[in-house]
Design a protein around this ligand. Sequence first.
Ligand code: MN
Length: 496
Amino acid sequence: MTIEQIINKYKENNKAVNQADLQFLQDVYVFAKKAHGRQKRETGEPFIEHSAHTAFWLAQIKADLTTIAAGLLHDIPEDTEYTIEDIKKNFGSEVAELVEGETKLSKIQYRGEERYNESLRKMILSMSKDLRIILIKFADRLHNLRTLEGLPEKKRLRIAKETLEIYSPLAGLLGIWKFKWQMEDICFKYLYPEEFKTLEYKYEVEKKVERNQYIQKVKNILGQKLNEAGVEFKIEGRFKHLYSIYQKMQKKERKFDEISDVFALRVIVSEISDCYKVLGIIHSVWKPKPNRIKDYISVPKPNGYRSLHTTVFGLDNKTTEFQIRTREMQEEAQYGIAAHWSYKEKDGQGKVKRVEPRWIEEILNIQRQAKDSDEFIRKIKLDVFRDRIFVFSPKGDVFDLPEGATPIDFAYEVHTDIGSKAVGALVNDKMASLDKPLQSHDTVEIITDKNRKGPNRDWLKFVKTAKARDKIRQSTKASTLEQIKRIKNIIPGLPR
Ligand code: MN
């Protein structure tokens, strides 16, 4: 990957490019190359290749100049003798801040335990003060995935699992569809090699010729009609990514043939009025399937997605799905914050099946109301994570707590027994009182005494979580009752 390729990609996506911007990218590249020197990655390729690929992916999703530059520099503070300060001095504080955010993100540990995944996803999002930080992470991860072959198996599987559980859901949540499905297909290949190979063979080899021929025929017929109607258009066959086919087969217990026999095309036009024209023309050629016409242009999906959908009995009566949209809608759906996301989660009747955790609901809500992506990410920070902190256990597991939470809240979050037997706490390796408010990113270790009878009722004065409060109440109530019973047994004559 050369800097020229990155620059060309950037030029392709930006109409007004000035010479100074291009020189800036050149300078950043030269600096990154010098900083990484002769370093090689585990795969054996020069390190700068990784930086350049990361930057290229960013250019491809139309990231701005600063983000592409930060992509080129993202591993420098971690892996070379140069610091954030050096980056700031040379390329300004905006680039430096993105690189710094990226360096912090890379320190988060993923240990593969289901229980912590949601907190981890939230923390990563909350740490990305600037949405661009997480974009760089996605691009970085995508290149790492593409070079997994060179890594030891254990590491390879850990990275694939982490991506599938943490990063690809986040890419989906933010509507960065292009990253999401690429990540998923690579992870699928490493985590379920047998299933991947079978599906790949069926879809890419057995069905490919048939599919391409069919799509070509439909294109010809429809193309002619659209030309006659004077509509400017582009028709493309839609490639379904393998992991989504796999998931569909799992979820609905359907056979491969039932899924792969559905052909999918997309018609892209320039005007909204043309979308409806095209829909009418498609229906005049092929009979629509009842209840499968969806107008997400006049009523966009909650996440902002817009398009017309219809399914018809196509050539030779084959089920054929069409999406009809403008170029702008297509852009939004591929790269935009306007997510394509809940799309895959619908059941046959078009209802959303999965109930999302509240924070995701909130994010979707913000997305619906935000004017642009800047506002969107600012609001995520303010609204969703305003009152949450993220703390670590000594092993590196993440816990999500309300602001002002104390070591006792943390202890009950880990386990009821740890809460009720707590006698002290180490916060960042220093002794701390049990009522000390924790800060985001603290590491907390609870010291327990197994002979301790139970929690202290005074803890109720400072705990913040309902869980801690309930557990303390429950066990102190129990022990008060026991005491009364005991007293009644000792003092004769009291009413029983
Ligand atoms: Mn990297």
